[in-house]
Design a protein around this ligand. Sequence first.
Ligand code: CUK
Ligand code: CUA
Ligand code: CA
Length: 648
Amino acid sequence: MPYKTTPLSPSASATEAAPSRRRFLNTAALAGLAGVSLAACSDKPESAPAAKASAPGASSQADEGGAGTVHLKPGELDTYYGLWSGGHTGDMRVLGLPSGRELTRIPCFVPDALVGWGITNESKAVMGTRPDGSLKYTVADTHHTHASYKDGDYDGRYAWINDKINSRIARIRLDYFVCDKITELPNVQGFHGIFPDKRDPVDPAINYTTRVFCGAEFGIPLPGTGLEDDKAYRSMFSCVDAETMEVRWQVLIDGNCDLAATSYDGKLAATNQYNVENGARYEDMMSAERDACLFFNIARIEAAVKAGKFKTIGSSKVPVVDGTREANKDPRTALTAYVSVPKNPHGVNASPDQKYFICAGKLSPTCTVIELAKVLDWFDGKLEKLDAAIVAEVEVGLGPLHTAFDGRGNAYTTLFLDSQLVKWNVEAAIKFHAGDKNAKYVVDRLDLQYQPGHVNASQSETVKADGKWLAVGCKFSKDRFLPVGPLHAENEQLIDISGEKMVLKADHPVRGEPHDFIIFKRELVRPKQVYALDDFPNAVKDAKESGVTRNGRKVTVKITSQAPAFSLREFKVKKGDEVTLILTNLDKIEDLTHGFAIPKYNINFIVNPLETKSVTFIADQPGVFWAYCTHFCHALHLEMRSRMIVEA
Ligand code: CUK
Ligand code: CUA
Ligand code: CA
């Protein structure tokens, strides 16, 4: 059994430039996006204004900003944590910022040889297995990571991360920095965007995260739909219970989901749609001039589920409500609202002043600002035209993808094609959109290296956005680092945003593929460093309980570790036995971790202080196998072994 998953109390750990004149792109953007190349990186579009505002990499820059230095002295601790999507490695990276030092990686979707993720019974139970006991999946593609909220700020309970390949969502406990649950979403493919809610839309006492929303990108045939009838393919927006990790409900929609965002009042969740066309080929997906930002009325959806107004699909028991356009024409009963936004938008982000959702244009050089209160007015029948919820649609540059905030009214949007970060003022953009052509909303531009995707700033997605540090995940590093063969490092850049002008402070090479991340104050989490024996139902609580017990061909080996020895210096099993080995680390000093590896049996895992783990294997090879400690723990670490004798 994995350690207990008692709900973590939400209160437990919480403490405290002129715009471009370029018009909508069509073929130009297509060429840029489809033909992403190093040439695209260096061919700066001719009119990129203010692009020369800074000379990236110039050493004088390192001292200009007001957020502090990134060069922490040995022994100095970072002031922020960063939780980073690991990309193809299927794990979560934990960084310290502003130094950018990688502190650990939390394995989630893919096996990990250090901790024994995918090797131990406990981790296999979280990851999911096939009937023969092998892992169901061993590849992943993580994109988005977000953490649980209380009162609009992170509360240090959980983080979540998605796997796009197999439509899985993993939860990380932020007390132990471990993945404790993984859920595979039914009825969808290409699960991409993810966002926790920030409070309950109905019960104001629930001022913390209880749901996580998941957007699926790819449409698939529903039962009864022909496999090649792509116009009838559909995708879903899913709601996962933050505690049980079960899928609560799904919404069948028109078009697709990409990224996700939630309002601070808990009433709305949003997803941007780049494929309202329901196209199966990319040419089809960009045939319409406008796509949509789709809003979900959470309270109404849950009322509909409660009232039984749903169906189920195939073998899944998850209630599916109808969120299609046709079924939601009357605002006063609608579950969904489709706000029209320019062609093939990408990220959608909620501003920390709690008022706006910002949808980045991608194929359009614009950002669209949608006012939350107006969308709610539409649902209440008080706003006649949903389009009137758009309070700004302003040009920011080529290929806008994602937006971060500084808590001072400014937004920072990555421009993929321009290889820039643009800082723009949201209220000024609204004034400009309303007709005040003197309203200068672009505040600054900064060249990036190169072709940025995700961006986030310290505390940006909370009411405590502090406007100090901003990081960007660049999809190309080009020549910024030593070459390492055909696959270049990608580049994460750290920028000081504490002043009027943005200042580039550091480059960090990263193995692909960098996507989403969050940056939050270090005091918001209080990691525990020693487990409790009682967290593990199968713990071997005393070295005296060690030994081998047999039940037919099933053998249980109980063993404990205490530096520099395992409780059993040797143990005997017979060829063909099914062996379950349970190891409890009785050392209770923080960081006194032991490893346990069995040669030729493909077994290696670690046990942290007072942690218990188990492995089950068939003793199919007779002989002597020196099980040894793989984690340097003591002067006698090399002597820390146990001999497994498999009798023929
Ligand atoms: S997507 Cu990676 S750059 Cu998967 Cu968040 Cu936009
Ligand atoms: Cu125990 Cu090394
Ligand atoms: Ca489209």
